[in-house]
Design a protein around this ligand. Structure first.
Ligand code: FAD
Length: 408
């Protein structure tokens, strides 16, 4: 189904989502007060990037003025800033901050490599059973805990959290309260503007010990260090349920590790094409949610072609995302429509693009493989990797990075 192209501005985007996609959202659509979607917003974020003090302050939570995190993640998630561009933007930063920032970008790349290699297997514990207490809590994120309630509110309102509170919340959910981690991961995914299965699943697996065997324990100590006012204002201040470190979890056994963690028999398939693959003359550029930036390789290869984007109805009906995620996308498409002829559709991707000769950029996610196979693009452009996926071990970040270095 052809939809009108959204007009610019957050109010227009909210109204557009309400009218055309409201039935697919889990809430009444609203715009995040913290982020605007679109290339223009991404360019401004990059142009004003100041990494001085990043390494020391990246983990700060409150007051907000102390935070050192860059807030680039929603733009990186949708390819409005690709990783090589973010990497280059750090070149003039103080050495310690530059190294720390680039290390974080490599975590994003690691998450993408893992997801491209393992696909849906990332939804199950990779290397160890998740750490859980002997007795589960009734409520994994109790509203009576100020640290939890304040973070949930930020997640649901802004659609974004600093890394530190993501670790608190995931550890609280599973390591403290014993709840099933994929349900918590879904709660994050519903709201996070940067929500990606690659980074979100890796983050959860890492925190709850499923990715490493060493869980991250959440206790009052971290809150007092990173956001002391949350403890001062908490009704449970004299009866804090996370006063001490969590007990060592009872042994849970190890899940069978995937052989794909030890090596990739087909890194070429994992990485996608190295050069554009052409089988015909495209009449349009098909953009996917993985790559919506002006620098998208297929888009920039065809400056004169119209652009088509499909809101994947069955997928969105299943995901039932918070409206602000779709508002961010609508703002992004509206911004692009200032420079390009943009056609927005809703339905099954295969049906919406039937009979169209499209050029597209390879996306390293399982959903792209199935949709691309059904659509049959006449031109596929390479994904802009920071590092091309290798065949070596990827069971831990350091093993993955060592294999990268060995190849260099
Ligand atoms: C439980 C949990 C869930 C997470 N879910 C997501 C998610 O859905 N999407 C997502 O992009 N990140 C996720 N992260 C990683 C990280 O928390 C966010 O990328 C970061 O907080 C975004 O804020 P920023 O842009 O200010 O990051 P900065 O600290 O400024 O880092 C710069 C960029 O590096 C990348 N990055 C930083 N830390 C990580 C990391 N640990 N893993 C992967 N990439 C990283 C991001 O692209 C980020 O924009 C998750 C982490 C945890 C612990």
């Amino acid at each position: 189904m052809l939809l009108p192209t959204p007009a610019t501005g957050p109010d227009a985007a909210v109204e557009w989502v309400r009218t055309h996609l409201g039935d697919l959202c889990c809430d009444e659509p609203a715009a995040s007060p913290a982020f605007r979607g679109g290339q223009q917003a991404a360019d401004t974020a990059l142009a004003t990037l100041d990494l001085a003090g990043y390494a020391a302050r990246r983990n700060e939570v409150l007051p907000r003025s102390r935070r050192g995190a860059t807030r680039l993640s929603p733009f990186i998630r949708y390819g409005l800033i690709d990783l090589p561009t973010a990497w280059a933007a750090a070149s003039g930063a103080p050495p310690r901050d530059r190294t720390k920032f680039r290390d974080e970008l490599q975590w994003q790349e690691y998450a993408r490599h893992l997801y491209a290699r393992l696909g849906h297997r990332m939804a199950t514990a990779l290397r160890a059973a998740p750490a859980r207490p002997a007795r589960s809590w009734d409520e994994p994120w109790p509203a009576t805990m100020n640290c939890v309630a304040t973070t949930v509110e930020e997640l649901e309102t802004d659609g974004w959290l600093v890394n530190q509170t993501r670790m608190w919340m995931s550890s609280q959910w599973t390591v403290r309260a014993g709840a099933e981690w994929t349900a918590g991961e879904d709660r994050f995914f519903t709201h996070l503007l940067d929500g990606s299965r690659a980074a979100n699943r890796l983050g959860w697996q890492w925190t709850i010990g499923a990715g490493t065997g060493k869980p991250y324990g959440f206790s009052r100590w971290q809150v007092q260090k990173r956001a002391p006012q949350l403890c001062q204002d908490c009704a449970l201040s004299d009866d804090c349920p996370i006063q001490d470190w969590p007990d060592d979890p009872p042994p849970g056994g190890s899940p069978p590790g995937s052989p794909l963690l030890r090596g990739d028999p087909d890194p070429e398939a994992t990485g996608g094409p190295r050069e554009p693959q052409r089988h015909g003359e495209p009449g349009a550029v098909w953009l996917t949610a993985e790559s919506l930036g002006d620098a998208d390789p297929a888009l920039s290869a065809h400056p004169g072609l119209p652009v088509v984007f499909v809101f994947d109805e069955p997928l969105l009906a299943r995901l039932n995302l918070a409206g602000k995620r779709l508002v961010f996308l609508a703002e992004t498409l509206a911004d692009l429509a200032r420079r390009r002829d943009v056609e927005v559709r809703r339905g099954r991707v295969r049906e919406e693009l039937a009979g169209r000769a499209v050029a597209v950029t390879h996306a390293p996610v399982p959903g792209f493989r199935t949709r691309s196979a059904a659509v049959g693009p006449v031109e596929v452009h390479p994904w802009p990797w920071l590092h091309r996926p290798h065949a070596g071990p990827a069971g831990s970040y350091s093993a993955w990075r060592n294999a990268l270095r060995a190849r260099a």
